[in-house]
Design a protein around this ligand. Structure first.
Ligand code: 2AM
Ligand code: CA
Ligand code: CA
Ligand code: CA
Length: 257
């Protein structure tokens, strides 16, 4: 395909490892917090520093690539052509600020809209999951096998708290049909739980950098990622993302009809 998926994967592992070390080393330092769209939508100096670190690495190693990053240090991306790095420097910034754990750093890489490789690091849990359709998936270097489908009744699901409370997309019925509902506050951590078999599905309103990495890794393990309509996520704007094992998706689809 003209793109070295294994080389990109190797680079992502190196960059996320350095980023994770930087964040953990500075956990006790005072952080500068500001709000974005509202009081629950935060950004810190650490989010910005880590995105700038990734942007420097990407520019140096993949000068032809476009960078779609949450904090705005990348490019203005208007279409999916070419090589694109979707960057979320700290995912779960509210958890980073309030809990000092349960947050991730992640990057997803696509070529002309097709997944190449994704990497997600649970920074405090030190769990690094990386992979894609061509490279296979590893967790801290150990290979992960594709996931077997499981009935909704036999698995936990992750949801967005606001959507669950308002029963958007009939999430409460979905929750009752499952083994239970969990609200984590970090899309990256939700994806790690999904990809390692601890959860069977996840529904949330997400931006491209929130699901690009998880979707790319999921393709290699049998995880489906859709819009609630069933269409393919656009990787361009904030949308309701439904991701999980096939049985989870079948049940979700039935509830919408
Ligand atoms: P973030 O921390 O990188 O912003 C729970 O809030 C999850 O939804 C997190 O993964 C968070 O990512 C993401 N999210 C997406 N849009 C958000 C918004 N407008 N406000 C808060 N969290 C948002
Ligand atoms: Ca944010
Ligand atoms: Ca995010
Ligand atoms: Ca973020």
């Amino acid at each position: 395909m003209g793109i070295e998926a294994f080389k990109i994967q190797h680079d992502l592992v190196a960059w996320l490892t350095v980023a994770g070390d930087k964040i953990r080393q500075r956990m006790t330092e005072q952080i500068q917090i500001s709000t974005k769209s509202g009081r629950n939508d935060l950004v810190t100096n650490r989010d910005k520093e880590i995105e700038q670190f990734y942007v420097r690495q990407i520019r140096q190693n993949y000068p032809q690539a476009k960078i779609f990053g949450e904090e705005g240090f990348g490019d203005i991306v208007n279409d999916l052509s070419g090589l694109i790095f979707f960057v979320d420097p700290i995912d779960g910034t509210m958890n980073f600020v309030k809990q000092k754990q349960n947050f991730a750093t992640m990057i997803g890489v696509y070529l002309d809209g097709e997944p190449i490789v994704g990497a997600i690091l649970d920074v405090m849990g030190e769990q690094l999951i990386v992979g894609g359709p061509e490279t296979g998936v590893t967790l801290n270097g150990r290979p992960l096998a594709p996931l077997a489908d499981r009935p909704l009744a036999d698995g936990l699901i992750g949801v967005n708290g606001g959507m669950f409370a308002s029963n958007e997309n009939q999430l409460q019925q979905l929750g009752r049909a499952s083994s239970g509902v969990r609200i984590t506050g970090s899309a990256g951590i939700e994806f790690i739980q999904l990809l390692t078999g601890q959860q069977i599905g996840y529904v949330s309103k997400l931006s491209p950098w929130d699901y690009a990495a998880g979707q790319a890794i999921g393709v290699a393990l049998g995880i489906e990622t859709h819009l609630s309509s069933g269409e393919q996520p656009t990787l361009m704007s904030r949308e309701t993302i439904v991701t999980g094992l096939p049985d989870f998706w079948r049940y979700f689809k039935q509830l919408q009809s």
